[in-house]
Design a protein around this ligand. Sequence first.
Ligand code: HEM
Length: 180
Amino acid sequence: MVNQALEDLVVARGGQEMWQRVKAEAGVCVDMFVRNHGYSDEVTYGLVSAASQCLDIQAVQLLEEFGVHWVLQTAEESYPELMKAGGKSLPEFLQRLPDFHTRISLLFPDLKPPEFRCSDRENNSLHLHYFSHRPGLAPFVVGLIRGLGERFQTPVSIECLQSRDQGADHEIFRVQWTET
Ligand code: HEM
């Protein structure tokens, strides 16, 4: 589903022709990604890297944009009920994020979803801890949170307090929002 969502984003930005170029560049010969079929992470990383080259945008920026797109389009179309159950406001959704993926790992034991924890909750901010087996996806998390902000029409700012790039064992984001 993630690969399919990436296809949507690339097609929206550069059309079918661009998607064919991205796949060729990544050495991916899949005609159509089948939802719920497991593809190796290398396919996704390869597509992100090729899309970044072909569209001439930094991988960090592409991953962020992809996060926004995933929340606003993909999750909305594929999991409307789950998204609704996630909460009625940005802070509520963030506080429930830890349960989200725990439930998913119970449903699909073969997946390796990330783990989230919240701490330091204040009126208009909290710290979101992100633990993942996969490297390099912190910008995707930033995009997902920005997408959630848009979903709830809540202006949000995200600051990375620590990251695995700097030797920490997980990322911590300070997420701050404005009540609307
Ligand atoms: C209906 C909503 C959601 C569903 C069904 C869902 C489900 C999943 C699944 C199945 C994976 C892949 C796990 C694997 O292949 O091993 C995943 C990965 C991920 N999810 Fe979610 N998710 C949802 C919402 C969110 C939200 C709102 C965030 C916001 C921060 C988020 C953050 C991530 C991240 C960063 C990954 C990347 C994988 C990693 O770091 O290891 N997800 N999710």
